[in-house]
Write a protein that binds this ligand. Structure first.
Ligand code: HEC
Length: 128
């Protein structure tokens, strides 16, 4: 009796944690994600073209208006990062899905966090 009650509880816990995890995983716009994205943007080569904090550079456009740009919903930003564009390289080989979600959270943040100081704030992306 006690045993089966225990099993039942364990099963409910297991099912509910499996069921709820993706919900947490999908809530990608947390402050921690935005901060992780700020560091990735700086270290993975984005700033090399798009300038520090995405303010725009010689090789890439200003990304500061993305949050309110109706032409750039999150799915399209994700696609651009995965597959690149005319002059932007694809990052599907060098970034994980989680890292791309963090970059999207950063680019769509209401107040973009400033990453901590770095010796090289604009390293080139892999292959450039
Ligand atoms: C070699 C330069 C270069 C690098 C590196 C680069 N981009 Fe781009 N990016 C561009 C260019 C140029 C465009 C304009 C469209 C095109 O040619 O693909 C662009 C467009 C975009 C856009 C669409 C917005 C718009 O107005 O076109 C997003 C979002 C974006 N880049 C994000 C990123 C992120 C995030 C990274 C780093 C993972 C990154 N880019 C790395 C050059 C670059």
């Amino acid at each position: 009796m006690l045993h089966s009650k225990f099993l039942q509880t364990a099963l409910i816990l297991a099912v509910s944690s499996v069921g709820f995890q993706p919900v947490f995983a999908r809530a990608a716009d947390t402050k921690a994600d935005e901060e992780a994205g700020a560091v990735l943007f700086r270290d993975k080569g984005c700033a090399y073209c798009h300038g520090a904090n995405g303010a725009g550079g010689k090789k890439g456009p200003d990304l500061s208006g993305l949050r309110t740009d109706k032409l750039w919903p999150p799915a399209k930003i994700t696609d651009q990062i995965l597959n690149g564009g005319q002059k932007m390289p694809p990052f599907s080989d060098s970034l994980s899905d989680k890292e791309i979600a963090e970059l999207v959270a950063y680019l769509r943040a209401k107040h973009r966090p400033i990453p901590p100081p770095s010796a090289n704030p604009t390293p080139a992306p892999p292959g450039l």
